[in-house]
Design a binder for this molecule. Structure first.
Ligand code: GLU
Length: 449
């Protein structure tokens, strides 16, 4: 039986590869989920009969569009925009927009695929989608960003709606970009439809805690993983890759819980500061002045900047990859484990390569995969949607408590599912299986969608 199921799943994976040539990141994300599904098909044969896996791997809708805009010198520029509406079985498509030069269909599809399972894990009524453009916001003026966002939304708006598809931010799309996107949506539609985008400014329909949510949530997830091991974050040495929104608020919550964060990074290099990262400085450099992390070392003489360095070489107890996909390789995972790292939680989406994941699972360290550990961002987006729907705005304390409860519940669900399916401590299996079952059951219930 198990062999037949394995062959069936391998067949599906080969079909996905053949139908989506060249989309390596998408193949990787699909493979990782499919590898967990053998015991699910054995328990729920109707999923195989109804070809639920094949259906889930095919997005409901994929939109690719031209984004023409003009730079400050008057030159015409053309980018490519995407929105992949992956699955709406449990709610409107929900997922961020990424503006980065590496964006192509394979990246958006991997992110959308991850998103639909992550969103299912939150237990909230949100489907999965993702979008973005191969636009590089680095070095662009505010006016250029605004013109780009307006052009992007001039096409995208027709696909959106608070009951249809609700984007948010991701890499390269933060408060500034969401403001311009939201403004353009409003101009075109003449509707103040707050629930159509999340991550809005708190003065115009946004939720408190959303900025902090992905980072805070990832730390709550680590706290829970350590709790079942009778341990805590107090006094632990931590390393957080990146220095964007996720990294900043991961560092903040780690510090609040008594951990010492000794390193962070950007795509140019690594900062190591043994007495603990000065978060106020990182915030100023990154959030206000939009500068590189190298400038940190000019303020703190006892900090080291390693140009082109590898952050995973810095010894730590807890590692939190919070930068980008495939940033942590098999070699890096071996280094971390050899240096005594016993917990890893992913603030970024798919930051660990398949070889790295295997190293963590074999070493039996506490390893929280992105779709569980970084679900706090999108969960808080769903809380923003709740507030918008009821024309309400909640306090920071109330919203943070809800986020904490959701992360604690995601941990419990993934932990218990792993036990139930014979893989105790394996949060990868727990997350994939629990979320797949939720989406699959909804698809069966809804009929032929
Ligand atoms: N981009 C975030 C993520 O990867 C948030 C998505 C959202 O809030 O819709 O989950």
């Amino acid at each position: 039986m198990a062999v037949v199921v394995d062959e069936q799943i391998e067949g599906i994976y080969q079909q996905v590869r053949a139908k989506n040539p060249g989309e390596e990141e998408f193949h990787q994300a699909v493979k990782e989920v499919l590898e967990s599904l053998g015991p699910v098909l054995a328990k729920y044969p109707e999923f195989a009969h109804q070809k639920i896996i094949e259906r889930i791997c095919e997005p409901e809708r994929q939109i690719i569009f031209r984004v023409p805009w003009q730079d400050d010198k008057g030159h015409f520029r053309i980018n490519r925009g995407f929105r992949v509406e992956f699955n709406s079985a449990i709610g409107p498509y929900k997922g961020g927009l990424r503006f980065h030069p590496s964006v192509y269909l394979g990246i958006i599809k991997f992110l959308g695929f991850e998103q639909l399972f992550k969103n299912a894990l939150t237990g909230l009524p949100i489907g999965g989608g993702k979008g973005g453009a191969d636009f590089d916001p680095k070095g662009k003026s505010d006016n250029e960003i605004m013109r780009f966002c307006q052009s992007f939304m001039t096409e995208l708006y027709r696909h959106l709606g608070e009951y249809t598809d609700v984007p948010a931010g991701d890499t390269g799309v933060g408060g500034r970009e969401l403001g311009y996107l939201c403004g353009q949506y409003k101009r075109i539609t003449n509707r103040y439809e707050s629930g159509v985008l999340t991550g809005k400014g708190t003065g115009w329909g946004g939720s408190l805690v959303l900025t902090e949510a992905t980072g805070y949530g990832a730390v709550y997830f680590v706290r829970e993983m350590l709790k079942v091991r009778n341990d805590s974050l107090e006094g632990k040495t931590c390393v957080v890759s990146g220095s964007g929104n996720v990294a900043i608020y991961t560092i903040e919550k780690l510090q609040q819980l008594g951990a010492i964060v000794v390193a962070c990074s950007d795509s140019n290099g690594v900062i190591v500061h043994d007495r603990g990262i000065d978060l106020a400085l990182v915030k100023r450099l990154k959030e206000v002045e939009r500068r590189r992390i190298a400038d940190y070392a000019t303020t703190h003489e006892d900090a080291r900047y390693i140009a082109g360095g590898n952050i995973w070489d810095v010894p730590c107890h807890v590692a939190m990859p919070s930068a980008t996909q495939n940033e942590l390789t098999g070699r890096d995972a071996r280094t971390l484990v050899a240096n005594g790292c016993f917990a890893v939680a992913e603030g970024a989406n798919m930051p660990t390569t398949p070889e790295g994941v295997k190293v963590f699972l074999d070493a039996k360290i506490a390893y929280g995969p992105g779709k569980a550990a970084n679900a706090g961002g999108v969960a808080t987006s769903a809380l923003e949607m709740q507030q918008n729907a009821s024309r309400d705005s909640w306090t920071f304390e109330f919203t943070e408590k809800k986020l904490d409860e959701i992360m604690t519940r995601i941990h419990a669900t993934t932990y218990q599912t792993a036990e139930e399916f014979g893989a105790p401590g394996n949060y990868v299996l727990g997350a994939n299986v629990a979320s797949f079952i939720r989406v699959a059951q909804a698809m069966v219930a809804l009929g032929f969608i």
